[in-house]
Write a protein that binds this ligand. Structure first.
Ligand code: FES
Ligand SMILES: [Fe+2]
Length: 354
């Protein structure tokens, strides 16, 4: 079950041009495209004539033209042309989605497009701050329920086991398990900070900076349900005592945006961007950080896909929670509350209109 009344990332803005892009979001097939003026459109990827995917068609001046018999639909799904006839049947429409581009991201609202609330789009200004936070973007298809991948980030005690070659290596596992955690419920989700004090720089950090000794590392994650996680992580020399002084100058820092978007009940789109906070003048440094993060996320993919396969095989088995699950548990409480609320409102609306 997915929340409908919110925005989900549907694509990177650079992915969507005049060629139709097919994408399934929350188990709904949609086609995304831009018209000649660059405006975005998102329609259900199903022609109402014989039901083929509109993404097999092409974008023309009036809208998107179905590739099968040439019917044309505008950005609101209204049929505007039928080859060989003037009369357009009233039912010749396809569902459209509210769509909006911001911070290099294409967002779609999965609920009623008339109720789309632009104020709920998560701001991510770092994408536009190329001087301080040059970034690169990526997309990994993952065959697991999207909640499993969010769970993965809500419990970072997996780092020294899964990511030994990049962000989890170097430091003994007990430094990770004894990290100083602060977890908070937020109006739109969960936020936590995690400090790894007096740590050996992990391989990723050591590749970026020649640290003379140990570092204090911070990991800050803010989850905004249903599907966005804003991450800021880094480390500086322990002598700076960044946790007490707030001094995070120098050293290593990166911001990672995770948009973990349901495709089906058992698959998701893992959109991510890596914004580099050291040596920003040299694009090679941004490449270095990206080339560390990307394989790290592929390691998460292995574990989450395995978890999904086993969950499919044992659908009735439960899980056992441990201390490190705190943020993950708060996430599920928050999501469950939102889902229940949405269900209640839908029921009320149905009763009113009955
Ligand atoms: S199926 Fe689209 S025009 Fe016939
Ligand atoms: Fe991970």
């Amino acid at each position: 079950m997915f929340l409908k009344n919110d925005w989900y990332m549907a694509a990177w803005a650079a992915e969507v041009g005049s060629a139709p892009v097919a994408r399934r979001i929350c188990n709904e097939p949609m086609v995304l495209y831009r018209d000649a003026a660059g405006s975005l459109a998102a329609l259900q990827d199903r022609c109402c004539h014989r039901g083929v995917a509109l993404s097999l068609g092409k974008v023309i001046e009036e809208g998107i033209q179905c590739g099968y018999h040439g019917i044309v639909f505008d950005a609101k799904g209204q049929c505007v042309h039928i080859p060989g006839q003037d009369r357009i049947p009233a039912k010749a429409v396809v569902h459209y989605y509210a769509v909006h581009e911001r911070d290099s991201i294409v967002w779609v609202w999965m609920g009623n497009p008339d109720e789309a609330d632009l104020s709920l789009i998560v701001d991510y200004p770092y994408h536009g701050d190329v001087k301080n936070w040059p970034h690169r973007e990526g997309l990994i298809p993952v065959k697991c329920n999207y909640e499993m991948l969010i769970d993965n980030i809500m419990d970072l005690t997996h780092l020294p086991y899964v990511h030994t070659k990049t962000i989890g290596g170097g430091t003994p596992t007990n430094v990770h398990s004894k990290a100083v955690m602060k977890t908070e419920r937020m109006p739109r989700g969960v936020k936590y900070s995690r400090w790894l004090l007096d740590s050996v720089p992990p391989p990723t950090y050591a590749k970026a900076i020649d640290f003379p000794g140990k570092i204090d590392r911070w990991q800050e994650e803010e989850l905004l349900t249903p599907s966005v996680i804003i991450q800021f992580t880094g480390g500086v020399d322990t002598s700076q005592r960044p946790r007490e002084t707030g001094n995070r100058e120098g050293g290593f820092g990166m911001r990672v945006l995770h948009c973990i978007v349901p495709e089906t009940e058992t698959s998701c789109h893992y959109f991510f961007s890596v914004s580099n906070g050291f040596g920003q003048d040299d694009p090679a440094n941004t490449d270095l950080v990206y080339d560390q993060v990307y394989p790290t996320l592929l390691e998460d993919k292995v574990f989450c896909e395995n978890q999904q396969a086993i969950a499919t095989e044992f659908p009735d088995e439960n899980f056992v929670d441990i201390r490190s699950d705190e943020a993950r548990i708060l996430y599920h409480q928050h999501l469950d509350e939102r889902l229940a609320n949405e269900k209640k409102l839908a029921k009320r609306d149905a009763a009113v209109s009955a």
